[in-house]
Design a binder for this molecule. Structure first.
Ligand code: AQP
Length: 344
C-alpha cells in the first residue's frame, strides 16, 4: 500500500484552493490509506515576512481547520512540523548535494523571489526542506495541488541522488497524487488562488462574506450582456461549480450558460448555495474546536509523538548511511587521510 505524506503551510487561513486541490483528497484518502501522515509545515511558513504572534494563531488555526475539514486523527497522523526537528536535519543533509541551479529554476521560487527586495536563502531551500518532509517518512505518494508537481520532481531527484551517492536503495521516489480540482484560480480569474496573493475564499468564511467575493467574480470576459451565450470552459465560476455542485446542477449550469438561459448572477447564486451547503458543517466543527482548543493540542501532541518515532528511526539509518552515526572506538582503526596511526 502507498505510504502517504502531505503538508500545508500555516501562512494564512485554509482556503478553498488548498481544500479542493489537496485537503479534500487527504480526507478521502484517509479511508483507503489509514496511517497516512499530514503535517502543518510551520518551518516553511517562516520563509517569508511574518509576525510571530500571528504565526502562533495561524499554526493552531490551520490544525483546527484541517480537523474541521474532516481529517480524522484516529486514522491518520496530524502533527506540527517544528515538533519534529529531524525535518531540518535531513534537509541539511540534502542541501549538501542538491545543485543550486535546480533550486533557482523552481517556478515558485522565481515567482516569490520576484516579490522580495532581499531574497532569503530559506526561500530557495524551500523544496529541499519539502523533500526532507516527505522522505523522512519514506513516503511514495503525495496528494498535492498542481503547483507542487515541480517540487515533487525535485524530491524524486533528491531520493535518486541520495541512493546513487551512497549506493543504497533507501528512499522511494515520491509521486504526486492530483485531485480533479488540481488548480483553483482566484476569483479574479487571473492567478492561482494563494494565501500570499490575498485572492482567496477562506474555508471558514461567513455566507455573506463568501457572497461578497463571489458577486464580483470574473466569468467569461466575452459575455458582456445577459443575453450573450457563455463559454463554461473559460469560466472560473463554472470550474467552481464542478468542484462544489452535484453533477445534475453542473449539467444545468452548463446548458443554461451556453443558451444564455441564466445570467452570470444566477449561476453565482447557485454556486453560493452549493458552497454554503458544503462549508456549513465544516464551520460548525471549527466552532466546536474553537470552544475546546485543548482538543487540537492533544491531537498535535499525539501526532508529534507518532511522527517523531518514525522520523528518529529514519535519521538513525540515514546517519549510518552518510557516516554520521555515533562514533565507536573501532572508528580509530579505520584508514583516514592525515589521521594519526591507530594505536596498537
Ligand atoms: N489554488 C490552488 N489550487 C489547487 N491546489 C492548491 N494548493 C494551494 N493553492 C492551490 C495546494 O494546497 C496544498 C497546501 O499548499 P501550501 O499552503 O502548503 O502552499 P502553497 O501551494 O504555496 O499555497 P498558497 O495558498 O499559495 O500559500 P502561499 O501563498 O503562502 O505560498 C498544496 O498541496 C498545494 O498544492
Amino acid at each position: 500500500m502507498a505510504r502517504i505524506f502531505s503538508g500545508i503551510q500555516p501562512s494564512g487561513e485554509l482556503h478553498i484552493g488548498n481544500y479542493l486541490g489537496a485537503v479534500k483528497n487527504w480526507v478521502r484518502l484517509q479511508h483507503e490509506h489509514p496511517g497516512a501522515t499530514f503535517c502543518v509545515v510551520d518551518y516553511h511558513a517562516i520563509t517569508g515576512r511574518y509576525d510571530p504572534q500571528v504565526l502562533r494563531a495561524r499554526r493552531w488555526g490551520m490544525a483546527a481547520s484541517l480537523l474541521a475539514a474532516g481529517i480524522d486523527p484516529a486514522r491518520v497522523t496530524l502533527f506540527m512540523q517544528s515538533d519534529v526537528p529531524e525535518h531540518t536535519e535531513l534537509s541539511w543533509i540534502f542541501t549538501t548535494f542538491t545543485p543550486l541551479g535546480e533550486l533557482e529554476r523552481q517556478v515558485q521560487f522565481k515567482d516569490k523571489a520576484a516579490r522580495e527586495e532581499s531574497i532569503p536563502a530559506g526561500l530557495l531551500m524551500y523544496p529541499v526542506l519539502q523533500a526532507a518532509d516527505i522522505l523522512l517518512y519514506r513516503a511514495d505518494a503525495v496528494p498535492v495541488g498542481e503547483d507542487q508537481v515541480q517540487h515533487l520532481e525535485l524530491a524524486r531527484d533528491t531520493a535518486r541522488r541520495f541512493n546513487a551517492k551512497f549506493a543504497v536503495a533507501y528512499f522511494p521516489e515520491p509521486q504526486p497524487m492530483l485531485s480533479p480540482t488540481r488548480r483553483i484560480l482566484g476569483l479574479d480569474g487571473q492567478a492561482k488562488m494563494s494565501k500570499s496573493l490575498g485572492n482567496t475564499v477562506g474555508l471558514l468564511e461567513a455566507d455573506d462574506a463568501i457572497w461578497g467575493k463571489l458577486r464580483p467574480a470574473v466569468t467569461d470576459p466575452q459575455r458582456v450582456r445577459k443575453s450573450d451565450p457563455g463559454r463554461p470552459e473559460v469560466c472560473n465560476v463554472y470550474q467552481l461549480h464542478r468542484a462544489f455542485s452535484a453533477p445534475a446542477v453542473v449539467a444545468e449550469v452548463e446548458a443554461n450558460c451556453r443558451s444564455a438561459g441564466w445570467g452570470c448572477m444566477d449561476c453565482k447564486k447557485a454556486l453560493h448555495g452549493a458552497m454554503v451547503a458544503e462549508l456549513t458543517p465544516i464551520r460548525a466543527r471549527a466552532a466546536e474546536l474553537q470552544a475546546a482548543p485543548g482538543r487540537v493540542l492533544e491531537v498535535l501532541e499525539d501526532g508529534a509523538a507518532r511522527a517523531r518515532a518514525v522520523a528518529r528511526q529514519t535519521m538513525r539509518e540515514v546517519r549510518e548511511i552518510v557516516g554520521l552515526d555515533p562514533l565507536t572506538v573501532s572508528a580509530a582503526a579505520l584508514p583516514a587521510e592525515g589521521a594519526p596511526p591507530a594505536a596498537g
